[in-house]
Design a protein around this ligand. Structure first.
Ligand code: SF4
Length: 94
């Protein structure tokens, strides 16, 4: 997903922009992507970036399950969330 540092952040959700409030979603404080040097790898859509984002999600992020649950509950359709890219998340529905 690639989080901005602090405050509510903007996230594309089905073509819309919504606020994901860090104060409400407490797990975001511990998101590995929050302080990443290269946050764009979670959202660029390139296979190379997605592979690296998923590797980081699955190896160093302590809140992967929270992130995955949020993305599935909110039908998030862009970027890497919870260690899965958009295609992989959609496949779980079918
Ligand atoms: S699982 Fe990945 S996208 Fe989700 S908070 Fe962790 S590093 Fe960010």
């Amino acid at each position: 997903m690639g989080l901005s540092n602090g405050g509510p952040i903007l996230i594309s959700l089905e073509g819309e922009v919504m606020l994901l409030d860090i104060a409400k979603e407490g797990w975001l404080d511990r998101a590995a992507c929050r302080d990443a040097d290269n946050p764009s790898i979670w959202t660029s859509g390139s296979q190379k970036d997605s592979r690296e984002a998923k590797r980081l999600c699955n190896t160093i992020c302590p809140v992967r399950s929270h992130c995955f649950k949020w993305a599935m509950e909110n039908n998030e359709n862009t970027g890497v969330w919870g260690g899965l890219d958009t295609k992989e998340r959609k496949e779980l529905f079918y």
